[in-house]
Design a protein around this ligand. Structure first.
Ligand code: HAM
Length: 428
């Protein structure tokens, strides 16, 4: 690369066809799981008014905004997440839809974070949310959806777990410890860093709030043993046969400011991995963003493609499944070999006919030796080849893996391919 070449920005990705294929494979798993659970797709704008995030996302995300003033002097930001957009849309349009809403979305998000393993500045997120249902059954339905998506990619309970908590647990603790309600956010931010901050530093910060590391640790142990407000969610997931994926962990408090009850994160069981997904209940956000005009209970989660993509490549079972799917998605059905340039026009006609019938068909675009054309067929993963040569209208159809060969005419080509590929004749 010359020194004047312009590289991509830090934290932004160039996706080559293979990387796009992996992304599409993940999207298909997300979309499939959502559809199987009755969720419908929605989308919002990539650029929003900066105020939308200032209102409720919390300091951490505000500090990570890609924001600027547009030519109309508006303060705008690339979306770091979808939840505020969703709450805004639902506040404005909820009368048009039957409750509860089960909505999902897949698209890019932008956060100015330090790029590192599992964290980029542009990433894709899958959001699934249920609005208009206050029951813990909605929380369980969402967690079950996330589990199903990961299972459909080949992950098992050996690979990941869902850590579940409820902000109400900490409200109880704060009350008992006599800590004022206005210190809640500061306190929860400390708990969020529980595993990251050195114990001594943590203790000093907690003492400043009127408690101690010891008291918090003791509370965490007792909360793990007593499901409390999380009982119904755990019972629901257990009834679905998914209890083995879930564990209570009061250390999960979530960085975002709008959560009001259940909070959860999907974690890889591999050491050092970041969260695959996170979410929870945010019963007041619709009301906050509509200045109290609409109140609607809500819960949801976001799953990113970066940590998940790393895990897919690193976990043997899901990785084998990925490679199989990529090979199947990339493979061509038939390669048209032009053995005699005099017959290129006939070969092109045949090619278009095969594509028109729904087969994935290709050829070498410029004149080339027959051997090179077969090499190209192999490289493209073509299952069969049709050789168009001097014998026209007699053609050879070859099954490349089974090394079978049939000599036939134009009509016979389709019949042979249909038989080998176990596809039906087109109607009419
Ligand atoms: P979040 O925990 O900020 O939640 O993000 C959810 C997931 O998005 C994370 O677990 C991670 O997989 C992915 N993610 C976040 N930031 C990055 C990054 N910089 N690079 C790569 N992946 C990232 C939310 O965004 C909530 N709005 C989720 C939600 C939906 N809550 C309710 N509904």
């Amino acid at each position: 690369m010359s020194s004047s070449a312009i590289a991509s920005l830090p934290g932004f990705r160039d996706l080559t066809p293979r990387e796009c294929a992996v992304r599409n494979y993940v999207f298909a798993a997300w979309r499939g799981a959502a559809a199987r659970a009755g969720f419908v797709e929605w989308e919002g704008p990539t650029l929003e008014s900066t105020d939308l995030y200032r209102k409720k996302s919390g300091d951490e995300i505000i500090g990570q905004l890609f924001h600027f003033t547009d030519k109309g002097e508006r303060e705008v930001a690339l979306r770091p997440e979808l939840t505020p957009t969703l709450a805004r849309i639902v506040a404005a349009r909820h009368r048009d839809f039957k409750k509860p809403l089960k909505w999902f979305q897949i698209g890019p998000c932008f956060r100015y974070e330090a790029p590192q393993k599992g964290r980029l500045r542009e990433f894709y997120q899958w959001n699934a949310d249920i609005l208009g249902e206050a029951s813990p059954a909605a929380d369980a339905e969402l967690i079950a959806l996330g589990i199903e998506a990961l299972r459909s990619l080949g992950f098992t309970s050996d690979d990941f777990a869902v850590r579940l908590s409820d902000r109400a647990l900490w409200d109880r603790f704060l009350k008992t410890a006599g800590i004022e309600a206005d210190r809640t956010t500061v306190f929860l931010q400390l708990i969020d860093k529980w595993e990251k901050d050195p114990p001594a530093v943590m203790d000093v910060k907690l003492q400043a709030l009127g408690t101690s590391r010891e008291a918090v640790a003791a509370f965490m142990v007792s909360a793990r043993e007593e499901p409390g407000p999380l009982g119904p969610v755990i019972d629901d997931l257990t009834a679905r046969g998914l209890g083995g994926f879930v564990r209570i962990d009061p250390g999960i408090v979530r960085g975002l400011a709008y959560y009001t009850g259940t909070v959860f994160e999907f974690f890889s069981l591999r050491a050092g991995a970041r969260a695959i997904a996170g979410g929870g209940r945010y019963d007041h956000l619709v009301s906050t963003l509509s200045d109290g005009a609409v109140s609607m209970p809500a819960a949801g989660f976001g799953m990113g493609d970066v940590v998940l993509g790393n895990l897919l490549e690193e976990t043997p079972g899901p990785c084998a499944r990925l490679h199989e799917a990529l090979a199947a998605a990339a493979a061509l059905d038939v390669w048209v070999v032009v053995a005699d340039e005099e017959r290129r026009a006939d070969a092109l006609r045949l090619l278009q006919d095969l594509r028109g019938r729904g087969l994935r068909a290709d050829l070498v675009l410029a004149a080339a030796k027959v051997g090179r054309q077969f090499q190209a067929a192999e490289a493209a993963g073509a299952r069969t080849a049709v050789v168009v040569g001097a014998e026209w209208p007699v053609l050879k159809v070859k099954h490349l893996a089974q090394r079978e060969e049939v000599t036939t005419d134009r009509d016979g080509v389709w019949a042979t391919l249909a038989q080998w590929m176990e596809i039906g004749q087109p109607v009419g």
